[in-house]
Design a protein around this ligand. Structure first.
Ligand code: GLC
Length: 803
């Protein structure tokens, strides 16, 4: 900077300071101040203080909404929340010093001078409270809620974040960001889910800060353990407090509020093959044929940006993909479903239909002076649709006809943070926000959510009753209603593989069931060992896709050598055997909000060891399988098995829980365990879900002394007929004390694709036989397992005595 411009800059800064102090808009710090008045009306209690207003709204006995600002806005708006306040209200008591608002589960005590809020459970135990010296405070537009730190308090959640399972001593920011080859401690990344849970004194609570502006969370990173804090950059401090007594209960409430997961098509739960750079159509076909020739099961193949004409969205490259309909018909014939990438940026090019329609109908975001915003992405200079406008979402959704007509059924939403080269779209860019008017400051974090919503709703219509598969990179709370999420441009390293397990688990702790990384790493090339290990982890990851960046070594399952290919066949086959179990787990998440990959913090919340750095990646995959991720350089590993008994899936070896055990971990055999008394339904291996498995469902039961139950679910996996009752749901109960196994009557009108069932008992003590409906059946022993004869899988209750 030369002397003249330095002087000019000083002058500018100085004049701004003068202006700020004259107008009084410098960042003053102030807090709520003392109580002035309270008013109760329906589900709301509104308290005015010297400096601000706080409103508490009753949603249910365990869900309270707290909103604070200098003034509260009229009306109510959220892209994340779909739950409405249930009938009911607070019971309010007022004394000279405090107000007490009670529900059947919680008691909220608000001291008056100054205003401070604390929440107790029905046993009068403190769940959470504001940090007494500050409470809620303002600095300019930013509002922070300072919270008391309890002794040993842990924090979990916040969705797609790097770092430890316990987020104590760390800070995070929500601002969806495109960070290629992100570092293993980078923050923020692509997704914003401002929801976390606090754990202390054998108690748990949850907080969802529903404000889409830049929000921050500081779990005592640098406060000498004085307080934790969360803040919003602008708008209201608007958070929901969850007081259910377990992590699962809080997840149930959180997903009641923001929506439960969509039920994906079953083919998206198989193996998926992708690579940036597949070109032209013939290469895609060759890859698909190789899968079939080599007998490697696979259900999906992806077309990355190269299928488009000059990267223009909703077009096909006339040279490389001249007949997409014929290509996809052939792929479908091979049992593949096709997904294509779409980015939000619409190339500025008169004559290109999406550009012309967008300009004509005013679909693109603009600067306040009316100029359309331009940012550069793959196609060059682009405009960006305003997905906060219903008509734009409709237009976007309908435009997929150009992809769905030739047969595309998977829609991969990328670059939707939104990302533009330079990674700095100006805050001043304007958005409709459903007619309310807003800027990039509020719209940025919900851009990916609204693009995914438009994609889901549009393609659902276009597919005429068949389920589309939606994948997105950017998201906000509530995304589970529309889309799967992958963890962006990771790196081929052990560190990233383990990080991906933590990220997937953390997203599960934030209501997302269908999540996973680019298996094998997107950037850089994995070693054979890393690829096999990551593949073995992928089997037990909800979203199982092999994807890679252009320029990296090929990593189709056969590309790294015959040994890797044969390992891949074994591992992917295991995924397909597990499909009945996996699909039931996905169904469960649509009902309960429990994710498919469940951090051990869900079931074993107060077991300190599960938070240790060496065990923090472990998780339950569905109800009964425990997965312990291990780096590829180790062939032994110490794992921690929580309470109960556990069987190694590959060997049947038994381990008592609540102990650390050293186990073998050869590359293909990731330490994976089954819970004692746990059940796992499995099918025969198929090359894709279009192929029918054998008629027999194998129900594996691992011996345990506790009784257990398991909900089996099946439907056609393809359509929405399940919404009209076309499903088969059976509650299976195992009771070792009465030696009984009952496969409940089938609910729903769908006829299972399995006509037979075989019960396979693992490690049961001496056993004479199976008595099915009073009739003795022959059994077959092999090592530690005992198999029943194949039984009819009829829809009435099946009652079995294990004598
Ligand atoms: C982005 C995506 C990546 C994709 C690439 C090219 O980097 O994250 O998955 O392959 O763009 O479209």
């Amino acid at each position: 900077m030369n002397k003249r411009s330095r002087n000019l800059r000083c002058l500018l800064v100085w004049s701004q300071l003068v202006l700020f102090s004259l107008t009084g808009i410098q960042a003053q710090t102030f807090f709520m101040g003392n109580f002035k008045s309270v008013k109760q009306s329906g589900s709301d209690v509104t308290i005015k203080s010297e400096n601000a207003v706080v409103r508490l709204r009753y949603y249910s006995p365990t869900i309270i909404r707290i909103s604070a600002n200098k003034q509260l806005a009229e009306g109510d708006f959220s892209y994340a929340v779909i739950g409405k306040p249930q009938a009911g209200s607070f019971r309010m008591q007022e004394s000279g010093e405090k107000l007490t608002l009670s529900t059947d589960s919680l008691s909220i005590e608000i001291t008056k001078n100054p205003i401070r809020i604390q929440v107790k459970n029905h046993e009068n135990k403190q769940l959470s409270e504001e940090y007494a010296p500050f409470g809620t405070g303002w600095q300019g537009e930013e509002i922070s809620c300072y919270r008391k730190l309890f002794n040993g308090e842990k924090f979990i959640g916040l969705g797609e974040k790097t770092g430890n399972l316990d987020r104590r001593d760390s800070k995070y920011e929500m601002w969806n960001s495109d960070v290629p080859a992100y570092a293993s401690n980078a923050d923020p990344l692509y997704v914003s889910i401002p929801f976390f849970m606090g754990i202390h004194d054998s108690l748990v609570y949850g907080i969802f800060l529903d404000n889409s502006s830049r929000t921050k969370f500081d779990f005592a990173a640098s406060t000498d353990n004085l307080f934790s804090r969360f803040s919003v950059a602008e708008g209201e401090l608007n958070y929901y407090f969850f007081g259910a007594s377990t992590v699962a209960g809080i997840l149930g409430d959180y997903t009641w509020l923001t929506g439960r997961s969509w039920l994906p098509p079953i083919w998206s739960l198989g193996f998926q093959q992708s690579r940036w750079g597949y070109y032209p159509d013939k290469e895609i076909l060759d890859i698909a044929k190789s899968f079939r020739m080599k007998k490697i099961p696979c259900d999906m193949i992806y077309l990355d940006i190269d299928y488009m004409d000059a990267y223009k969205i909703f077009t096909w490259n006339p040279k490389g993909f001249s007949n997409p309909g014929a290509l996809i018909t052939e792929l479908n014939g091979l049992g593949f479903h096709v997904a294509t990438i779409v980015d939000p940026g619409i190339k500025v090019e008169p004559g290109y239909f999406a550009y012309d329609e967008g300009v004509k109908n005013d679909y693109f975001v603009k600067y306040p002076d009316g100029q359309r915003y331009i940012g550069s992405v793959w196609p060059g200079r682009c405009h960006f649709p305003d997905f906060t406008k219903d008509v734009v979402r409709q237009w976007w959704g309908n435009s997929f006809k150009r992809l769905s007509d030739p047969g595309v059924e998977g829609f991969w939403n990328d670059m939707n943070e939104p990302s533009a080269w330079g990674q700095n779209i100006p805050d001043i860019v304007q958005f409709s926000f459903e007619g309310k008017g807003s800027s990039m400051k509020q719209a940025h974090n919900v851009y990916g959510l609204n693009m995914s919503k438009a994609t889901y709703e549009g393609t659902k219509k276009l597919l005429n009753g068949r389920r589309p598969f939606i994948l997105t990179r950017a998201a906000y709370a509530g995304i589970q209603r529309y889309s799967a999420v992958w963890t962006g441009d990771n790196v081929a390293s052990d560190e990233h593989m383990l990080l991906s397990a933590r990220m997937v688990n953390s997203m599960g702790l934030s209501g997302l069931a269908f999540v996973g990384p680019d298996m094998g790493g997107f950037m850089e090339s994995p070693t054979k060992e890393l690829f096999v290990r990551w593949m073995s982890l992928g089997v037990y990851t909800p979203f199982f896709r092999n994807h890679a960046a252009k320029g990296t070594n090929r990593k189709e399952p056969w590309a790294l050598g015959e040994d890797v290919e044969s390992s891949s066949v074994k591992l992917i086959s295991q995924r397909y055997r597990l499909l009945p179990y996996i699909y039931s787990a996905f169904y469960a998440s649509t009902q309960t909000g429990l994710p498919v990959a469940r951090s051990l913090a869900i079931n074993y919340t107060y077991d300190k060891k599960i938070y240790w750095w060496k065990y923090q990646e472990e998780y339950l995959f569905g109800d009964n399988i425990l997965v312990a991720p291990v780096s590829c350089t180790q062939n032994h590993a110490k794992v921690y098995l929580p309470e109960g008994g556990w069987y190694r899936l590959s060997s049947g070896d038994f381990y008592q829980g609540q102990q650390e055990v050293m186990v073998d971990a050869p590359l293909e055999d990731l330490p994976v365990f089954v819970k004692a008394s746990g059940m796992i339904p499995m099918q025969s291996v198929v090359q894709s879900t279009s192929e029918k498995p054998s008629d027999t469902l194998d129900l594996h039961i691992y011996y345990g002394q506790a009784s257990s139950s398991y909900l089996y679910y099946e439907d056609d996996g393809l359509t929405y007929d399940y919404e009209k009752g076309s499903f088969c749901r059976r509650l299976i109960r195992f009771d070792p004390s009465s030696k009984s196994l009952t496969i409940g009557k089938s609910e729903g009108v769908y006829t299972s694709k399995f006509t037979k069932i075989r019960v396979i008992l693992h490690s049961f003590p001496s056993l004479k036989g199976f008595i099915v409906h009073g009739q003795e059946m022959p059994i077959k022993r092999s090592g530690n397992t005992i198999q029943s004869k194949v039984l009819e899988f009829r829809s009435e209750e099946i009652s079995i005595r294990i004598e």
